[in-house]
Design a protein around this ligand. Structure first.
Ligand code: 5GP
Ligand code: MG
Ligand code: MG
Length: 184
């Protein structure tokens, strides 16, 4: 459907599925079922993390609850400034809960770093991050990310939730765009 716009498939549907299962099984072992903190609370960051969030939640062999936040970082469309605005906040209090942020991609890490500080101030029992993708820049930022699906090169990617101008989120794999898409 978007074949003419995609330059290459970076991560296939099968690779995403396999890695998501591995991450889910590893992460589940850290959260004992029936803990006083209640079910693990997944916080998905809209919109990019939607598909990873739903596939990851279903791959986790423990009960979870799901909440969503939408944030927008000021800056150009391809780089973020670290100044973040909440477009949609959580509906529920997270105090005393085990919280796991589910992210699509960490690039500069500025958005995540802000989000971690914001959510920490709400006093969760624990706060961790799982991200499907991570770019090389992200390693410079002082945010502890225990679990990463794939380390990818510093290229602009789309698909599986990630957009270019709101398009391509519905691709089932992660791919790179043909430059003609940017240049029109
Ligand atoms: P950071 O604050 O880590 O630089 O930015 C993270 C956000 O930038 C992601 O949640 C995503 O919205 C956007 N982003 C960063 N790299 C890419 C990319 O390669 N493709 C797409 N579609 N979005 C990206
Ligand atoms: Mg994101
Ligand atoms: Mg985007």
């Amino acid at each position: 459907m978007y074949e003419n716009d995609i330059a290459s498939v970076l991560i296939s549907e099968d690779q995403i599925k396999q890695r998501t299962k591995e991450l889910a099984e590893t992460i589940a072992t850290r959260y004992p079922v029936g803990a006083p903190e209640g079910d693990l609370l997944l916080i998905g960051v809209l919109k990019g993390a939607i598909f990873f969030m739903t596939d990851f939640a279903r791959a986790l062999p423990i009960p979870t609850q799901m909440e969503f936040m939408a944030v927008s970082s000021y800056g150009s469309s391809t780089s973020s400034s670290g100044v973040v605005r909440i477009l949609k906040d959580l509906d529920k209090d997270i105090a005393g809960r085990n919280v796991l942020i589910v992210e699509d991609i960490i690039d500069s890490g500025l958005t995540l770093s802000w989000l971690m500080r914001n959510l920490s101030s709400r006093n969760p029992a624990s706060l961790e991050v799982v991200t499907l993708l991570r770019k090389p820049e992200a390693v410079k930022v002082d945010v502890h990310v225990a679990d990463v699906g794939f380390d990818i090169p510093d290229e602009f990617v789309v698909g599986y939730g990630l957009d270019y101008d709101e398009r391509y989120r519905d691709l089932p794999y992660i791919g790179t765009l043909d430059p003609k898409v940017y240049t029109g």
